[in-house]
Design a protein around this ligand. Structure first.
Ligand code: 5GP
Length: 345
C-alpha cells in the first residue's frame, strides 16, 4: 500500500509573513549581510546570500560582475573554458569571492572542473548540480570532489528531504541545494509527478542541515521579492533564482523584437534549447525536460537587485529582524487562501 503524508505541505503562495512590533526605525537599519563559516571547508563567507542560478542564460560572468557590486552571489554555469575563467578572474579579482564554479556528474565534468580550479586558484566555491541528488552515484561523486578539494566550499543538490541533506553533508558537502520541481522553466512535476512544496522543503531541510552545522540554498520557485523573503524566513541560508534574474542585459542571448516589444530567451537546463546548444552534452543533466520561454526584456539587472534587496529590508522591518539572520526567528507564517489582489492584472 502506498504511504500518504496527510500533513499539508506548503509553497510560497500558500503563506504570508505576519508583521510584528519592532524597534527598527527604518529599512536602512537592516543588515542583509551574513557571515557564515562552513562545516566542512572551514572557509568563511561574508555577503548578501542571494544567488543567480548556474543556468547558462543567467549564471554568466556579466551577471557576476553586476551582482558582486552588491555582494550578491553567482553560480557560474559550467560551459566557460578555463581560459575564459582566467581572463574573468584577472579582470575582476574582487568578484571571485562571490562566485562558484559549477559541474554536473557527466564524464567530463570532473576533469573540466579540476582544470578551472587549477587555472583560477582564487575560486573557493564549487557547485555540484544534478537533477536528482538522491542517487548513490551522486553521493560518491560529492565524496570524490571533497577528497580532491579539501578546502573548497562545496554546494551540492538538488534534494528536498532532511535525510538526504544529512547524507550529502556527511559526505563532504557544505551547502545543500533544495528544490525539486518548483522552477519557473521546469517541467519535472508535469513529466514525472515528482516534487515537494518548496516552503515546506526549505523548513525541513534547513532544520536537518543546521543540526549538523551545514547550510542550505532554497533553489527555484521565487516569483517576486516577497517569495525570497519567505524563503529566508523559512530558514534558507541562501536563496537562488533563475527566472527573477532572466531577461536582463547581463544574461546570455540577444534581445528579440516582436511587434514592437522586446524579449530575451530563457530556458531550462534540460530543455530542447539547452540540449541543442550543448550538442547532446546535457542530455542527462536534468531528469526531465525544461521549458523555453521568451521573457520581457528588463534592461540592467541593477534595478532588479535593488527591488529584491528593498523587499528583503522591508520584510525584515515588518517582522522586526535587525539582521537577515534573525528573520527565521521572527517569522510567523500565516496560511492564506489568497495573497495578491489581481484585479488590475
Ligand atoms: P526559478 O528561479 O527560475 O524558479 O528556478 C531556477 C531553478 O530551476 C534552477 O536553479 C534549477 O535548479 C532549476 N532548473 C533549471 N533548469 C531546469 C530544467 O530544465 N528542469 C528542471 N527540472 N529544473 C530546472
Amino acid at each position: 500500500m502506498p504511504n500518504i503524508v496527510n500533513e499539508i505541505k506548503l509553497d510560497f503562495k500558500d503563506v504570508l509573513l505576519r508583521p510584528k512590533r519592532s524597534t527598527l526605525r527604518s529599512r536602512s537599519d537592516v543588515n542583509l549581510h551574513r557571515n557564515i563559516t562552513f562545516r566542512n571547508s572551514k572557509q568563511t563567507y561574508v555577503g548578501v546570500p542571494v544567488m543567480a542560478s548556474n543556468m547558462d542564460t543567467v549564471g554568466t560572468f556579466e551577471m557576476a560582475k553586476a551582482l558582486a557590486k552588491y555582494s550578491l552571489f553567482t553560480c557560474i554555469h559550467k560551459y566557460y573554458s578555463p581560459d575564459e575563467w582566467k581572463k574573468f578572474s584577472q579582470e575582476n579579482p574582487e568578484c571571485l569571492k562571490h562566485v562558484a564554479a559549477s559541474a554536473g556528474m557527466g564524464e567530463n565534468d570532473f576533469n573540466r572542473l579540476s582544470e578551472v580550479l587549477q587555472a583560477v586558484p582564487g575560486i573557493t566555491f564549487i557547485c555540484l548540480d544534478v537533477a536528482n541528488g538522491y542517487s548513490q552515484h551522486f553521493v560518491d561523486f560529492v565524496r570524490k570532489v571533497r577528497t580532491n578539494f579539501p578546502s573548497h566550499t562545496i554546494i551540492a543538490g538538488n534534494v528536498v528531504t532532511g535525510e538526504m541533506v544529512e547524507e550529502l553533508i556527511l559526505s563532504g558537502a557544505d551547502i545543500i541545494k533544495v528544490g525539486i520541481g518548483p522552477g519557473s522553466v521546469c517541467t519535472t512535476r508535469m513529466k514525472t509527478g515528482v516534487g515537494y512544496p518548496q516552503l515546506s522543503a526549505v523548513i525541513e531541510c534547513a532544520d536537518a542541515a543546521h543540526g549538523l552545522q551545514g547550510h542550505i540554498i532554497s533553489d527555484g520557485g521565487c516569483t517576486c521579492a516577497g517569495d525570497v523573503a519567505k524563503a529566508f524566513g523559512a530558514g534558507a541560508d541562501f536563496v537562488m533564482a533563475g527566472g527573477m534574474f532572466a531577461g536582463h542585459d547581463q544574461c546570455d542571448g540577444e534581445v528579440i523584437e516582436k511587434n514592437g516589444k522586446k524579449f530575451k530567451l530563457f530556458y531550462g537546463m534540460s530543455s530542447q534549447t539547452a540540449m541543442e546548444r550543448h550538442a547532446g552534452g546535457v542530455a542527462d543533466y536534468r531528469a526531465s525536460e525544461g521549458k523555453t520561454v521568451e521573457v520581457p526584456y528588463k534592461g540592467n539587472v541593477e534595478a532588479t537587485i535593488q527591488d529584491i534587496l528593498g523587499g528583503l529590508r522591508s520584510a525584515c522591518t515588518y517582522t522586526g529582524a535587525g539582521k537577515l539572520k534573525e528573520l527565521p526567528r521572527r517569522a510567523t507564517f500565516i496560511r492564506c487562501t489568497q495573497q495578491l489582489n489581481n484585479i488590475y492584472t
